[in-house]
Structures are given as C-alpha cells and as structure tokens.
Design a binder for this molecule. Structure first.
Ligand SMILES: [Cu+2]
Length: 738
C-alpha cells in the first residue's frame, strides 16, 4: 500500500508541483545602445498586456520572471526607440539575451500593424486582426473619416481634408485614380492579405512621400519572408449584409537567399441592406486581386525586391451616383534595390523604379435616364486611364544623436478620359467629349528629414520638401475643347516648398509633449487644372478646369501630449490650420463651374484616445475627435467635415480566444456647406458591434462578428447623397495556415 502511495505521488503529485514551479521562467538579459554597444542604465522591460515588468540595473542587466507561454516584451529607455520582442518561455536558454536599442527619433506617423501575421501590439491592432478591408482599418484611426459613395470602397479624408489635399501612396509609390469621379481610390488596389501596415500622417508634418497639406496614407505591402520555407494561409469568409463571399490565399516559399510570395483573392457581393431591411439597389460588386513578390539577398548587405500587384473589378454599383463602374483594371510594378549596412554611417541606400497603369470604365446603361433631371434622355459611357512611371532614390545617414533622410523622386503621369453622349432617340448621332486630354505631368522632388536628439529629454525634427512640376495637355481633341472655353495657355509650371518642425519634450519616461509647426503647399490636381465637363455629384454641376490655379498654401500648428505606462496609454492632440488659395468651384455661367482660388479656409480640431489593460485578460479603449471647418470667404462651414464622434471598446483575451464589444457614436452635424454643395444636416447615431476570434490550433482559426447589432438605419455625414450605412451584418471566416 505504501509502495502504491509513493508511486501515486511520483506519477501524479510530483509532476503537478514541478509544473507549478515552472509556471514562471526566469529570463535574463542586457540592454545596450545599438551604435556604441554600451549598456543602457535603468531601461524598462515590460510584458505587454499585463502589469508585469522590471527595470534594468545601472549595467543594463535585467531578470524578468516570465509566465508560461508566448509573450510580447517591450524594452524602452529614455532617449531610445522602444523595441518589442516575441519571447516563448519554453525557448528561453540559460544564457542571457542581448537587446540593442537605437537612439530615438520623432515618429510623426500613426501606424496600424496588421496583427494577423504578427504579435498583437495594442487594442487597436487586436481589432485589426478581424478586419476585411483597408476601409475597416482606416476607420479605426481618429481623424480619418471615409467619404462613402458605394459599398465597394471609400475615399479617406484626414482631418477634414481630402482629394488633392491628401496623398495616398503604395510603398511610397505614386498611383493616380483613373476615374474622374473618385470611384477608384488607390486604397482599392491593396487587399488586407497584402497589407503589412498602414502609415497615416495627419497634417503637413511628414512630407516624405508627397507634397500635400492634409496628410499621407502610405500602404506598406507585405514582402516575402526568408524565414518561411513553405507557408500557406487560406481563408474563406462570408458577410450576410451583402451576401459577400470571399476567398484568399497566400503562399510563401524561400530557400537560402531567395524568397517568393504569391497571393490571390476573390470576392463577390450582392446588393447590401441598410438598417431595417432597406435594400440598397445597384450596390453589389465583384473583384479579384493578386500580388507576386520576388526577393533576393545578394551578399550580406544587398537585397533586390521585384513586386507586382494586379487588381480587376466588375459591375460595381454606385448607388449614390449617376453611374456604375462596369470594369476597372490596375497593374502596379516595382523593382527595388536596398543596400543596408548596420555598422556604417550611411545606414541605407534604396533605389526604386516603378510603373503603374489603371483603367476604368463606367456607364449609366442600368439607370433610368428618362426620369432623371441631369442629362435627361442621354447615356454617358465614360472611360479613364492613368499611367505613371517613377524613380526614387533614398539615403539614410545615422550618426550617434542625429539621423538624416534624403529622398529624391521623379515621376511622369499621363491621364486620359473621354465619354460619349448617346441619345435614347434613335436618329440623334452620339457626341464625343475628351474630359482629360492626355494630361502630362512631370514632377521632380527632393525631401529632407532631419532628426536630432538635443538631449535625452528633448528631440527636434525638421522636414523640408520642394517640388517642381511641368504640365500640359497633349491630346489634340482635348486641347481644342479646352482652348475653346479657356482663354489662357494650357502649359503650366509649379514650384512648391514646404517646411515643418516638431519639438518633443519628455518630462519623464511616461509623459511626452510635442509642438509641431508647418507651412506647406499643394499643387492643383491634373483634374483641377485640365478637367473638361466633369460632373460633380456633390453640388450637381459640371466643372471646367483652370490651368491658372495657384497652389493651396497652409499654415498649421499642433500640440500633442502622450502618456505611456505599463498597463495604459493616452494621447491628446489639438490642432489648427489656415489655408489660403483654397480651391473651390464657382459658377461661370448658368451651367458650368470653374475652379478658382479663394482666401481662406480654417480647420481646427482635437483628438484624444486611450487604452487601459484592466487585467491580463480585460482591456478597454476609447477615443473621440472633433473638427471645426470654416470658409472665411463664403462665411460658411467647409463641406465634408465629420461631426463630433467617438468609439469605445472592451476586449477579453485569452491565449486562443479574443472577444470584443465596441460602439461607434457620432453626434449630429448641423454645420454644412450650403453655398458650395448640396450636403444636408445629418443626425447623430450609435452603432454597436461584437467581434471575436478563436484559434483551434496552430492551423485553424475562426473569426466572426455581428456589426450593427440593433440594425440601425443611419448614414454618415460623409456619405455622398446620404448613402445609408450597412445594416446588421453577421460575418464569419475560417483561416487555415500551414
Ligand atoms: Cu468612374
């Protein structure tokens, strides 16, 4: 019997007590300066999404007791960029780990990292795991609002600025929409499986990629992974609101110094339903997207990347507009060479050649042209295309306390659009118009970004940029039409210069305050210069371009406060800008509007957000933003200004499961631009969503959610023609990885 008891203890009790002892693993290491290799005294080490952490001693050494499982550890120190590492308790060895940190620089852009393929960083990126489109992601960033024209895709607006005032680039490349009516924003060409992260800068404080006054959205795409010999990820999904079916597939192969990645996705949606079962007719679409990437390492320091994105879409319903998209086709090519040297002052030299071609067909053959008021009894099929080729050269020079980034770029854009007007009466022969007569834009630019750590508490950044542009109309018919209505030469040159400065002060490791100042310019778009007979749904007028437009000029100031603790973080920002030469359309005769410069427009606003980890499992997040826009010349509010709005979320997470409940609230918008647009007042609303995901094992993941649980019928203020928001949507997806 005693023998049996001992056996029982050995077999059952002992393993349990040993198990209990190894619940936590000791992780030891040292934190050093990446350039000098010297230890960093009193650096902070914390386990993310918990309240645990420790501080290094004066020799940079730390001992952290790590619970079982996989954890994301954050290393931070005053004057250094923080670093995050994924550490698995079972892989910890007896030797200590070395963590090197780079000197801090001011980061102006907000990043949304797609958490699907990496560690979860914060509450927002946790949510991003569940997102199906780029629109879903940008919607989560304070200050970004979406101009909705269809269920297909939306055009982002940053702090009340949109269109030519903000730049949307893919891996820094310029891509121009082919549709003259904003039906094909650049974000439509990057699907989430190809998106590594979204970098959003608000205002004119970061001008690395484009001259603008409103901000930049840079979609950084996923590249081949050299560490994955053979990896596949496949997903099927369904959304009830539009009976959307979706498949996507990713394959990554690598061997030695070569890696390749290929993706394909397809989706098809029917008409969607707004709240209370209101079917929005002609709102379906069908699309596919593929991306091919090839990367090769050449010796230790060089890498070559070749990338191709193809995107095709058909029969896209645009319920808020006069026409639907029949077909779009995009091809985006790039070749990039990177020379990266971690030990040298010249840290990086990057050269890139890119080209892209976009085609777009739209028509109103499915519309009732007899009973409409605009262009009655007339079909208007339209075609548009853009071709852009460019080269960029980038150098990054790093010194102990300062970094310098220089980016030079040249690109050429050719944009063409034409249309026919076909009368429904048989004997009338159709008319032909050229809307954009092969507009050729040559653009050359130089951007300089200088960062300096003045002391361990004080950082300073200077961003300067200059662009030169030379443009003209090359199509014969296009020239003749424009010259018939405009009595100035079509050829135009522009020169713009912009400068911004950011000062950041660290009161303590937890609190940072910054002040940013900018003076920036943006050139007119090729449409504002040379568009001919372009219909604008927002005010119901046809527009004529103006080659003599001056660049818009904007002066901006922003104040920010950041606070970061082990279990929480908060941000607050207040900003104000004033734009002169503000471009609006004015009536020239009873029928047409022409773009002119006016003086001046003002936008002010505030944003705040915060996340708080209540425990290892529960977290909450909330954010709010407000914008005020006024056109001083017309004495009326600016159009397309989002109302006071906010969101709140509560998330529960365990190793294999997470669940979140979130609400989006918008107040009414009564300040509207009645002189320049047809926009009307919008009521406030609240929408409640629930989402979640379950990882069955390392191969299977299930994600699901119910959006607009109470099936509210509402519309966003930025929805063109009051296009209603989506009603109750039940979605689900299964992801299989190998
Ligand atoms: Cu279009």
């Amino acid at each position: 019997m005693r023998k049996l008891t001992i056996t029982f203890i050995i077999v059952f009790i002992l393993p349990i007590s040993i198990q209990a002892q190894i619940q936590s693993v000791e992780c030891r290491g040292v934190v050093t300066d990446a350039v000098t290799n010297e230890p960093i005294s009193y650096a902070h080490v914390s386990i993310l999404n918990t309240k645990r952490g420790c501080t290094c001693d004066k020799d940079g050494r730390f001992t952290l007791s790590l619970p079982q499982g996989e954890h994301e550890i954050r290393f931070s120190a005053m004057g250094y960029q923080e670093k995050r590492m994924l550490i698995r308790s079972q892989e910890i060895q007896a030797s200590e780990i070395e963590v090197s940190l780079f000197t801090r620089t001011i980061v102006l852009t907000e990043e949304v990292v797609i958490a699907n393929r990496g560690p979860v960083r914060d509450l927002r990126s946790l949510y991003d795991q569940n997102m199906n489109t780029i629109d879903d992601l940008s919607n989560k960033i304070d200050g970004v609002a979406l101009i909705q024209r269809a269920n297909f895709t939306s055009e982002p607006s940053i702090r009340g600025m949109s269109s030519g005032q903000v730049a949307a680039v893919v891996d820094g490349m310029k891509i121009f929409s082919a549709c003259v009516d904003h039906m094909d924003p650049v974000s439509a060409y990057v699907e989430v499986e190809n998106l590594k992260k979204l970098e959003i800068s608000k205002g004119a404080f970061d001008l690395r990629f484009s001259q603008n006054i409103g901000g930049t959205i840079n979609m950084i795409t996923e590249k081949p992974d050299f560490d994955k010999n053979l990896f596949t990820e496949n997903e099927v999904g369904y959304e009830s609101v539009s009976r959307l079916k979706r498949v996507r597939s990713v394959v990554n192969v690598s061997r030695d110094d070569i890696a390749m990645r290929a993706t394909f996705s397809y989706k098809r949606a029917g008409d969607y339903y707004a709240g209370r079962n209101n079917r929005v007719s002609r709102s379906g679409f069908e699309k596919n997207n593929y991306k091919l990437d090839f990367s090769k390492k050449i010796e230790a320091e060089h890498q070559l990347d070749i990338s191709f994105i193809g995107d095709n879409a058909w029969d896209i319903g645009y319920p808020s507009m006069l026409m639907d998209t029949r077909k779009t086709k995009s091809q985006i090519y790039s070749i990039e060479h990177r020379w990266e040297r971690t030990s040298s002052r010249i840290r990086l030299i990057e050269s890139k050649i890119y080209a892209n071609h976009i085609e777009h067909w739209m028509d109103d053959y499915d519309r009732d042209v007899i009973s409409r008021s605009v262009m009655k009894d007339m079909y208007m099929p339209m075609f548009g295309q853009t071709t852009t080729v460019g080269v960029t050269e980038q150098a990054l020079i790093v010194d102990k306390k300062q970094t310098l980034r220089i980016i030079g770029e040249y690109y050429y854009l050719d944009a063409f659009a034409d249309m026919a007007m076909e009368s429904i009466t048989k004997n009338v022969s159709p008319m032909y118009l050229v809307n954009l007569g092969s507009v050729g834009v040559n653009n050359i630019s130089l951007a300089v970004n200088y960062d300096r750590a003045v002391s361990t508490r004080f950082y300073w950044k200077l961003n300067a940029r200059s662009d030169y542009s030379n443009r003209n109309v090359h199509n014969k018919t296009g020239r003749r039409l424009l010259e018939g209505t405009i009595d100035t030469p079509l050829h135009q040159t522009y020169f713009t210069a912009a400068i911004s400065s950011v000062m950041e002060y660290h009161f303590s490791p937890a609190y940072t305050m910054s002040i940013a100042l900018a003076q920036s310019e943006r050139m007119p778009t090729h449409l504002e210069n040379y568009g001919f007979y372009l219909y604008n749904i927002q005010d119901g007028y046809f527009y004529m371009g103006n080659p003599n437009l001056k660049p818009e000029q904007s002066r901006q100031i922003e104040w920010r406060l950041n606070s970061q603790h082990t279990a929480s973080q908060y941000q607050l920002s207040v900003f104000y800008n004033t734009t002169s030469n503000y471009v609006i359309g004015v009536l020239t005769d009873s029928e047409f509007k022409t773009y002119i410069n006016t003086d001046r427009a003002r936008i002010a606003g505030a944003e705040c957000s915060g996340t708080l980890n209540l425990s290892a499992r529960w977290s909450i997040a909330a954010s709010a933003s407000y914008l005020y826009g006024e056109n001083d010349e017309l004495n009326e509010p600016l159009p397309l200004i989002a109302p006071l709005q906010g969101s709140a979320a509560i998330v529960y997470q365990k190793e294999k499961i997470w669940l979140g409940l979130d609400a989006r609230l918008a107040a009414a918008q009564k300040r509207i631009a009645s002189k320049t647009t047809l926009e009307d007042k919008t009521n406030g609303f609240a929408v409640l969503n629930i989402r979640g995901s379950v990882k069955w094992n390392s191969h299977f993941e299930w994600k699901f959610g119910v959006e607009n649980i109470f099936d509210k019928l509402y519309h966003e203020h930025l929805s063109v023609n009051n296009l209603p928001g989506r009603g109750r949507n039940i979605y689900a997806g299964i992801i299989v990885t190998y």
